[in-house]
Design a protein around this ligand. Structure first.
Ligand SMILES: [Zn+2]
Length: 320
């Protein structure tokens, strides 16, 4: 019964998505404004001070060569509400996702437009590699060229990164999102900033290195822009509160269009969605609380984004 309901729901949503495109053919990939390829990597439960303290090689290099800041997540600082804000550009009172488990049958998909959905409907190709089942709420029909999330509970980084690397061998997505779970798993089982957590951060760092190697090969050196962030921090063996240790997240941007240095703007997690659209040259929907972190990019990049968004004008309609 549940399955039947889900299938008919997906069919309706898919039909609506195609109807709004005006054709039943998949959109062709197109060039973006600042960059044609955006990679967003979310490292679950990564505290910015863990980077400062443990000095993981790759994250530290990306900070040094790119632009970065400590950013703020939303309250409640939990995985699904936070990632929903990160990927929809709106706060929890707007997206309504306050639960933190896979309840697709009961609650359905996220009801506000996601960054994948908007990019996809504007003709950009999108892919998502999720390590937790709860992300299925974000896998709205008609928003991904490819996406995967576990049916059970979680996947380890070896599975998720391996699959993403394989995907990059044959595809050059405009927008690629990859979620790494390890620091969060370690935090919950042994504690944030414990030795086990430190090892998990190192493992995540190595995974980022191999993903970037695959991206370099697939998309070309200097031809893509990477945002690395997290959904929340943590303290003790949990997170979810408004404690600074839970609310602070890293925000690093590196690659095409980026101006090296420290970003002084106050960054909130909704700004990730806004920055992704801005990089591709898509006007962001009215009512978003996220703002593109333009100050992290070169003057030429800012001009390119502004020109593309201006040219798109009001045609950049938002899916409803
Ligand atoms: Zn999380």
């Amino acid at each position: 019964m549940k399955d039947r309901r889900r299938i008919s729901h997906s069919l309706i949503v898919t039909a609506l998505a195609f109807a709004s495109l005006g054709a039943a053919t998949p959109p062709t990939p197109k060039p973006g404004a600042v960059t044609s390829h955006v990679l967003v990597i979310s490292i679950d439960g990564l505290r910015p001070d863990a980077i400062a303290q443990y000095k993981p090689q790759t994250l530290l290099r990306l900070q040094r060569e790119g632009a970065w800041a400590a950013a703020q997540t939303i309250f409640p600082s939990k995985t699904l509400p936070s990632h929903t804000s990160m990927l929809t550009g709106v706060a929890p009172d707007v997206h309504g996702v306050l639960w933190n488990s896979e309840e697709l049958d009961e609650r359905g998909y996220v009801r506000v437009p996601t960054v994948f959905e908007i990019a996809h409907q504007q003709g950009f190709t999108t892919a998502g590699f999720f390590s937790k089942a709860k992300f299925r709420h974000l896998e709205k029909p008609g928003s991904f060229d490819y996406s995967q999330a576990p049916r059970g509970d979680i996947w380890m980084v070896t599975k998720t990164i391996g699959d993403a690397q394989h995907y990059l061998k044959f595809n050059q997505p405009n927008l690629l999102f990859v979620h790494i779970g390890e620091p969060d798993y370690a935090g919950h089982s042994v504690g944030w900033m414990s030795v086990f957590y430190r090892l998990a951060v190192r493992r995540a760092d190595a995974a980022v290195a191999s993903l970037l190697k695959a991206a370099e090969k697939s998309l070309g050196a200097g031809n893509y822009t990477v945002i690395i962030t997290a959904d929340h921090g943590g303290h003790g063996r949990d997170h979810g509160s408004d404690d600074e240790r839970d609310m602070r997240i890293p925000w690093i941007v590196w690659g095409r269009g980026v101006e090296t240095g420290r970003v002084s703007t106050d960054i909130k997690t909704m700004d990730t969605a806004a920055t992704v659209l801005w990089l591709l040259g898509i006007r962001q929907p009215e009512g978003w609380s996220g703002r593109a972190v333009a100050s992290a990019f070169t003057p030429a990049a800012r001009l390119a984004a502004a020109a593309a968004i201006e040219a798109a004008g009001s045609k950049a309609a938002v899916p409803r």
